[in-house]
Design a protein around this ligand. Structure first.
Ligand SMILES: Cc1cc2nc3c(=O)[nH]c(=O)nc-3n(C[C@H](O)[C@H](O)[C@H](O)COP(=O)(O)OP(=O)(O)OC[C@H]3O[C@@H](n4cnc5c(N)ncnc54)[C@H](O)[C@@H]3O)c2cc1C
Length: 353
């Protein structure tokens, strides 16, 4: 059975998908948002930092905030700690994602959880598979793929993330409260970094790096070593309370509109290729995708979708391109870590030269 009555199908209820659904529904489009998980936002796969300005922009009720962050402290071997102003918040990511979905629903989007987009026919019909029911087909005018780093919709459009860095993280008790995020560079964390993000009485401690090959230590062993170091430094204590993993795209700028498919967030490779931060970009680009999708539907003119590529690239293209160049440099020259590392991290002037 085909249901032809959706203007826009949004796949994935992360920050990109909910923001897209919210923007499109506010413009009067008939929006269906599907999410394969039973409960939005769970399990959490995130270190849970957002920049302060994002909270201001969203204007959601702040129940998802755990603590304020004043800045970032970068630890580099053999160097003084570098302090950078980086106001933000550590959030409960599942509550943040749920608040965004609630806003999209309130604006009129229909939300179906435990429903996976599984196939697209040549004419653009999409098969949705609910966990507890029979698969059915919808015929949206526009499809927004906001389905994360290993996007199915991206595959349908013929554009996949080629460079995915693995991230691993444990949550542990903090020895004492902290007001800054802490970033650690170490030759063993190959072409990546370790993080300690304070979250009230606990901390998210993790790392993202190149996938180990041959003789390199496994990611888990590198994380164990990093945790031992933080314990020795007196920053954390006790046993892990939670564990998560995930993929972080590190992609160059590329177009996100392909026929009637638009991609947003991790699915489009919008994540920052050096910091791995992606929530701000997901919300920003999701909103834009929703705005242009609704405008195209209202005008019955799919050429309007292309304006999405222009606008997000105007906003994020330069930052993204610089970060991607730095990533290539970091990966190619990791064997001369000391000489390149300041050019490859956002806290240093050399990064911007
Ligand atoms: C370990 C780790 C730590 C991180 N820490 C931070 C941080 O502190 N700050 C920050 O800004 N960024 C961080 N990131 C990156 C950030 O989490 C992502 O950039 C962000 O989640 C991207 O949002 P999104 O909406 O594009 O994708 P996602 O949040 O991945 O949402 C995609 C959604 O699509 C759903 N989905 C997938 N396939 C289908 C399908 N076929 N049908 C239906 N639904 C589907 C998924 O279940 C998921 O809910 C971190 C990433 C990792 C891995």
């Amino acid at each position: 059975m085909t249901t032809p009555d959706w203007d826009i199908l949004v796949v994935g209820a992360g920050p990109a998908g909910s923001s897209a659904a919210l923007a499109a529904a506010r413009q009067g489009a008939h929006v269906l948002l599907v999410e394969r998980r039973q409960q939005v936002g769970l399990p959490v796969q995130c270190a849970e930092y957002i920049p302060a300005m994002l909270k201001g922009q969203l204007g959601l009720k702040g129940g998802y905030v755990v603590q304020k962050i004043e800045g970032m402290r970068t630890h580099m071997p053999g160097q003084a700690v570098k302090e950078t102003v980086a106001p933000g918040y550590i959030i409960r990511r599942e509550l943040f994602d749920q608040a965004l979905v609630a806003a999209a629903r309130k604006a009129g989007a229909r939300v179906r959880c435990a429903t996976r987009a599984i196939a697209m026919r040549p004419e653009g019909d999409v098969t949705l598979s609910p966990r507890d029911g029979r698969a059915y087909t919808v015929r949206p005018k526009v499809i927004i793929g906001a389905d994360g780093p290993r996007s199915t919709i991206g595959r349908w459009a013929g554009v996949v993330n080629r460079h995915l860095l693995p991230g691993v993280q444990m949550t542990l008790p903090l020895a004492a409260p902290l007001a800054c995020t802490e970033i650690y560079f170490d030759p063993q964390i190959v072409a990546g970094y370790g993080w300690l993000f304070p979250k009230g009485k606990v901390a998210n401690v993790g790392l993202g790096m190149l996938r180990p090959s041959g003789g390199q230590l496994s990611l888990r062993k590198v994380l164990d070593g990093f945790i031992r170091r933080l314990k020795t430094d007196g920053k954390i204590c006790g046993a892990p309370l939670a564990h998560t993993t995930g993929w972080i795209p590190a992609e160059p700028v590329r177009n996100a509109v392909h026929g009637k498919i638009m991609l947003a967030g991790d699915a489009a490779g919008h994540t920052h290729p050096i910091t791995g931060a992606g929530i701000f970009a997901a919300v920003t680009c999701g909103k834009l995708a929703g705005k242009y999708a609704a405008a195209a539907v209202a005008a019955s003119d799919m050429t309007i979708l292309k304006a999405y590529d222009r606008e997000w690239q105007d906003l994020l293209g330069e930052t993204q391109t610089r970060a991607h160049c730095r990533r290539e440099q970091m990966e190619a020259c990791w064997n001369v870590f000391d000489t390149i590392i300041k050019q490859c991290w956002v806290a240093y002037r050399e990064y911007y030269v």
